[in-house]
Design a protein around this ligand. Sequence first.
Ligand SMILES: [Zn+2]
Length: 456
Amino acid sequence: MTTFIRCGSLFTGREDAARGGQTLGVQDGRITYAGPTGEAPAAGRGDTVLDYGDLFVMPGLHDVHTHLAYGNAKTEEDIDLYQPMEFRAIRGLFFAQKCVAAGYTSICSPGDAGQISLSVRNSINYGLFEGPRVTAAGRYLTTRQGLTDWYPTWIGVPDTSIGRLVTSRDESIEEIRVQAKNGVDCIKVALDGVQRRPNGEFIAAFTQEEIDDIVTESHRQGRKVVVHARGREATLYAARAGVDLIFHAYYLDDECIDAMLESGSAIGPTLTFPRNIVDFTRPSEPAYLKGRIADVQREYEIACENLRKAKKAGIPMMTGTDSGFAVTPYGEWHAREIEIFVNDLGFTPAEALRAATLVTAGFMARGETLGVLEAGRAADFIAVAGSPLEDVSILQDRSRIRHVHIAGKRMAIPERSYDTYKVTDIAWTNWNDLYTQERVTELGILPARKTAEHAS
Ligand SMILES: [Zn+2]
């Protein structure tokens, strides 16, 4: 039994243009035909024909940076401490489905507490629930750098955290083997964090030799490696070590680009996260009050300038958003990255769509079967009202994502809202301000007191 999809226009992901009058044939979850309707095999008895004649059909979208364990968190403590692992896994599944509703058929969860993302992956793969294809990591390998080792040294890294503190080469290797045995698809490393030298430069969290060993052992186990590397040093170490995917890479230079060209590392800039921080954070919020917004804006501009160079040099760029924070809720902003690729990194719309499909599929588990609509590949596709080739921003409008198919099957994700306070917002943060007498007066809450001279 074959399902034939009559497409208003078809963007296969191979070419720059979409074509009219095309048909997709799908059997057993795979594409059997993609081409002109006139040359398609005739539909027989028992076959199904779906009429998407007024829609734009394209490969399902890929987000390589969606943390299923985070739960739309406002604080790192929300992520690590307050909910049991079991609840976080169920919540992760619910939010994975939100990604599907937004047109994302494939996501990578690069760094999670416990075995959350691989449990979500398995429950979907085993047919218990509908959801996206999930490429799963375990806990980040981290050192004393601040990223996923948030808490003071006298607290350490709790077992429920998204980080796993490794203090030697042997501990790194052991953790990789544990995660491989548990069944992760990739190993995540916090290759730098928030520690800087006095001159402001980010310090790589591992030495070149340490990251070399981590990559060698992960690859020996058949797992890809993805790292968080904002600074130049970590980006360079990652590229030299042959890390498969480098997140951020905001301070990359020519030496980093040369090393990436040599090793074949890709970049996942994840610019939606800083863009949303700048655009959404309000003056009453801690991030604003701590002066973070101006810093993030400055870094964003530096990043775009450097990333444009990397793009020009031919470094593959993958789309991801760091979804899972309060500024990047699941299912909301994934496609903003595509718009940023066009507006700020100099991609054409077709290039940006290819980045979000074929290129990003390159990191996903069994990615060689994804990302393009051609015979033999998985039948993961979406049908959109309007042409993203004319305006990529329409992909952020969920009302335009009319149908989402994964392995040929049309997804039916219920529109369900949830109690945002109960689900995530449970840290014991009560106030955003410091209520001195002066501040209370300034805010007009209480009238100014008379000064002592006037009182006597
Ligand atoms: Zn991340």
